[in-house]
Design a protein. Structure first.
Length: 327
């Protein structure tokens, strides 16, 4: 029997308003026993010469409505897996099957989840037992393909779980696990729309006025301080994005109405998840988060005629893991 390993990697919220490209947290579902949105990748060993393919090939993709490429060089999971095989196990050959359990171009780290699940599955399949920093470094190769930039604010929480700060990726990933105040809960809504991450990043200013940069730095530093102090009032003041949100929000019809509804319903803060269109709010407890999610969804429907999916996600959430072995 051909050896195989399946791995799951969760969806994630990146930026957390003021932490563009450096802050993110993993997502899970609320108390129903299911892991929540994410991706599953199955890795199987094969003979290196089989079919004349390279070290990694994709044999099947499910859950994407036929939209994702099977060509290895165009798929984030395969690009990340190939980087790992080339770097750690030259001569090995692996087939991947991808199961998308989350929507594409939603702002929830779809490409990152694929890349993370792939490197976790291949690492376990080949018995490498690589440290998390190495897995993250290889997963970044897939994210570069998807977004055009080397950043890990989705990759790191998807791999490691929790709420994390990515201080740097050079020369090695430096990721700090941040504390989460008791009861902190994410209310998330995903409008039935899409935003292309690479195109969204291209619209952002490459040069910021110093005053705006200082404001963003202050908010990011205050957010970290608030987490360490469990100071929800300071956390609320810090959840302000003066860099990406003003540029990206116009591409999400109903954004301003939904954000206002979230704050009125008691959210500590609200912003785009990644490039959107998903919106997240941080809330004090699951009951409040459910009210906030309902308010955001209602505002999207009334202001823009857009339906939404909702998720209430307790923090912190676990990261990627192997979910079974032999096929």
């Amino acid at each position: 029997m051909t050896k195989s390993v399946r791995a799951f990697a969760p969806a994630s919220v990146s930026n957390i308003a003021c932490g563009f490209d450096i802050l993110g947290f993993a997502l899970q579902s609320e108390g129903n026993g299911r892991p929540g949105p994410g991706d599953v990748v199955t890795a199987r060993e094969r003979e290196p010469t089989a079919g004349g393919h390279g070290p990694v090939r994709i044999t099947a993709i499910a859950g994407d409505e036929g939209r994702l490429p099977l060509e290895a060089q165009r798929n984030t999971a395969a690009v990340a897996a190939k980087a790992l095989v080339d770097g750690e196990a030259p001569g090995a050959a692996v087939d991947l099957e991808i199961e998308k359990r989350m929507p594409l171009e939603s702002g929830l780290g779809s490409s990152a989840a694929s890349a993370v699940a792939a490197v976790v599955a291949v690492d376990a399949l080949l018995g490498l037992e690589l440290p998390a920093a190495a897995l993250l470094r290889y997963a970044v190769a897939g994210e570069v393909l998807a977004s055009g930039g080397a950043h890990a604010d989705n990759l790191a929480p998807s791999l490691l779980g929790g709420l994390v700060l990515v201080r740097s990726l050079d020369p090695e990933p430096d990721v700090i696990d941040l504390p989460v105040p008791e009861g902190l809960t994410c209310a998330l809504v995903r409008p039935h729309a899409e935003v292309n991450t690479k195109e969204s990043r291209a619209r952002l200013d490459r040069h910021l006025p110093l005053e705006r940069a200082v404001t963003q730095w202050g908010n990011a530093a205050a957010l970290v301080a608030a987490l360490y102090r469990s100071d929800l009032e300071l956390l609320s003041r810090a959840l302000v994005d003066v860099v990406a949100e003003p540029v990206r929000a116009p591409a999400v019809p109903g954004f301003h109405a939904a954000k206002a509804a979230a704050i009125e319903a008691g959210a500590l803060g609200c912003s785009l998840s990644g490039s959107g269109p998903a919106l997240f709010s941080l809330c004090d407890g699951p009951a409040g988060a459910r009210q906030v999610a309902a308010a955001m969804a209602g505002a999207f429907e009334s202001s823009a005629g857009v339906d939404c999916d909702r998720l209430v996600a307790p923090l912190p959430a676990p990261g990627a893991r192997v979910i079974d072995g032999e096929a």
